[in-house]
Design a binder for this molecule. Structure first.
Ligand SMILES: Cc1cc2nc3c(=O)[nH]c(=O)nc-3n(C[C@H](O)[C@H](O)[C@H](O)COP(=O)(O)OP(=O)(O)OC[C@H]3O[C@@H](n4cnc5c(N)ncnc54)[C@H](O)[C@@H]3O)c2cc1C
Length: 302
């Protein structure tokens, strides 16, 4: 029995965005794994987000924010309380002077990279092919090919769970390797990026090359969450996993990709428990062979 039905019905009278009960998180994660969220709400604009956050806070309902769900492993028992998806309705892009751009947190990393290139703005080419949104990228400090989002963030706007909005400058955000802004009880809603003047042809060629490399090296034909483990200092998790003989290891429908050791793919009906067991087996094997403790990059929730 869902404890939050009244809350969900009441919330739906306040916003035009969807409010779903018993929402399968497998539909909201790129791994296509996860049990149900009691309630899932998708705000259409910041005012609706404020309504959702304040109502949940007043009702003392646990809150979880997600973007594209491309770095998340949701447990098989799902998520108690309310999940808020910052999705494609929060997708405004404002082109500012001096090669700056203000983007809402629901903008897709990949499409922003293409839009920037079209306007002869350079600095985000590396982001092409990353399936997450800007909000998620800021939290994870997403990056690739030697660059990451922190190198171009100038300021962000967050909304606290009480609905109040505030700006934070870059120096108030503590970025590290695959570790970005710690949102706590707030939601990222706007991000300002500083880009540089570039050349559309050069940027687009670079992005097409990146996409070719991703297609060649990554198992994009299967649901996944990208790299499961962080790279340990001075090495690559994928190399260690392969050298420890883990490629192809399988539990249920979860498999260490044959193409890329740091990807665990869902071959069909993988459960979160299969993925967790596989993560633990891989960590054990890598530890036994190299005395390196692999840390997960993906976030485990629920
Ligand atoms: C095929 C594939 C390739 C990938 N390649 C890369 C890569 O090259 N480099 C890389 O860094 N990552 C990569 N990823 C992982 C992932 O796409 C990134 O980490 C991405 O930035 C996550 O964004 P998201 O919108 O999916 O966030 P989610 O996975 O939905 O959430 C991630 C975290 O951010 C929080 N969050 C999300 N939005 C907000 C918000 N607006 N306010 C507050 N908190 C929020 C969530 O609570 C969660 O803790 C890849 C994933 C896949 C599936």
């Amino acid at each position: 029995m869902n404890d939050y039905l009244d809350f969900a019905q009441n919330l739906q009278t306040k916003i035009t965005g969807s409010v779903l009960t018993d929402a399968p998180m497998s539909d909201y994660t790129t791994w296509k794994i996860g049990g149900n969220a009691d309630v899932l709400a998708i705000p259409q604009n910041p005012a609706e987000l404020a309504a959702i956050l304040t109502m949940a806070t007043e009702a003392k309902i646990p809150l979880m924010i997600i973007g594209k769900g491309s770095d998340l492993l949701v447990s098989d028992s799902g998520i108690r309380g309310l999940v808020v998806q910052i999705g494609e309705k929060l997708n405004n892009i404002e082109w500012l002077a001096e090669s700056k751009v203000m983007v809402q947190a629901g903008v897709s990393m990949s499409s922003l990279a293409w839009e920037c290139a079209k306007r002869n703005l350079s600095g985000l080419e590396w982001a092409v092919g990353i399936p997450g949104n800007l909000g998620g990228a800021l939290i994870m400090n997403a990056g690739a090919y030697g660059s990451n989002i922190s190198s171009c963030v100038t300021k962000i706007e967050v909304m606290e769970y009480n609905g109040k909005r505030k700006w934070l400058n870059r120096d108030e955000l503590q970025f590290g390797y695959r570790h970005g802004f710690t949102a706590g009880t707030s939601v990222v809603i706007n991000i300002e990026l500083q880009l540089t003047e570039g050349d559309r042809t050069v940027s687009e060629l670079h992005m097409r090359q990146i996409l070719q490399t991703r297609t060649k090296n990554q198992p994009l034909e299967y649901p996944s969450a990208g790299s499961v483990f962080k790279n340990p200092e001075g090495d690559h998790a994928g190399r260690l996993i392969e050298a420890a003989g883990c490629k192809g290891m399988r539990i249920g429908d979860a498999q260490v990709s044959l193409k890329h050791g740091n990807f665990i793919v869902n071959l069909g009906n993988a459960k979160a428990s299969d993925v967790l067991a596989l993560i633990s087996d891989v960590q054990k094997k890598v530890w036994e062979k190299f005395a390196v403790q692999l840390e997960t990059e993906v976030r485990l929730i629920g």
